[in-house]
Design a binder for this molecule. Structure first.
Ligand SMILES: NC(=O)c1ccc[n+]([C@@H]2O[C@H](COP(=O)([O-])OP(=O)(O)OC[C@H]3O[C@@H](n4cnc5c(N)ncnc54)[C@H](O)[C@@H]3O)[C@@H](O)[C@H]2O)c1
Length: 240
């Protein structure tokens, strides 16, 4: 992220999104914070599953700033429903894929239109360890959508390279955030220990642990890096 760049962050009222906003602002960017929830952090309230509302929000930002240089797609989450596959309703499935996959598509499409007009840009998608292996939550649609985000990252990176737009992806492991605290409470002491044993660095991550790698991907230091997914999980998943 370079001084004066205009960055849009979705899911900005959440723990990871807010940490990313703080980091990009500290690096000198003008940050537009998007979230469905109202909150201190949110500069525009928008539901990423609503493509018309997303287009309007990005048009407003481009009109105000004259350009959009960076996008971080952090809005997401597994939702509250937990069922065995044979009990999953269409509604539950679509709600989770709409947020975690369609939302990324809507925001990326809107940002890319502006980035092409600006002559380039950089995008980071937030996937999950769930998209590289499986989800601890057991939510099938979440694992499928987060794996979809990794495939989408590769495909659009290939397409948009010639337009000077880089697209990369961060796959967090377990990070302290509001949904994580609920999940942690549900886990037995033995399950917590098992989890920490599977993490080489032996701790749950902090939102700021995610913000650094995101800032790297957006920065000029990563100017020759595109289509990549990096696990930021303390060494839980080691794919090379
Ligand atoms: N915390 C973890 O352990 C963890 C692990 C892997 C991946 N992730 C991913 O990191 C991202 C951030 O999650 P977090 O842990 O900070 O959770 P969070 O719940 O604190 O933040 C998610 C944010 O997304 C917003 N959001 C939800 N639906 C929306 C919609 N339709 N439109 C706009 N905004 C919407 C929420 O209001 C919330 O502010 C998510 O994509 C999540 O899947 C988190």
């Amino acid at each position: 992220m370079e001084l004066g760049d205009v960055a849009v962050v979705t899911g900005a009222a959440g723990d990871i999104g807010a940490a990313i906003c703080r980091r990009l602002a500290a690096d000198g960017a003008t940050v537009w914070a998007l979230d469905r929830r109202a909150g201190q952090a949110a500069s525009i309230q928008v539901d990423v599953t609503d493509s018309g509302a997303v287009d309007a929000a990005f048009a407003r930002i481009e009109e105000r700033e004259g350009r959009i240089d960076a996008l971080v797609n952090a809005a997401g989450g597994p939702g509250g429903a937990r069922h065995g596959l044979d009990e999953v309703s269409d509604q539950d499935w679509h709600a989770v894929t709409a947020l975690n996959l369609d939302g990324v598509f809507h925001c990326t499409r809107a940002a890319v239109r502006a980035m092409k007009r600006a002559g380039g840009g950089s995008i980071v998608n937030i996937s999950s360890g769930a998209g590289r292996t499986y989800s601890r939550t057991g939510v099938q649609a979440y694992a499928a959508a987060k794996a979809g985000v990794i495939g989408f990252t590769r495909q659009v990176a290939r397409e948009l390279g010639p337009a000077g737009i880089r697209v990369n992806c961060v796959a967090p492991g377990l990070i302290w955030a509001a949904p994580t605290r609920i999940e942690w409470e549900r886990m037995s002491e033995a399950a917590r220990e098992r989890h920490l044993e599977g993490v080489a660095l032996g701790r749950v991550g902090e939102p700021d642990d995610i913000a650094g790698p995101v800032a790297f991907f957006l920065s000029d230091d990563a100017r020759y890096v595109t289509g990549q997914t990096i696990s930021v999980d303390g060494g839980a998943v080691m794919l090379g």
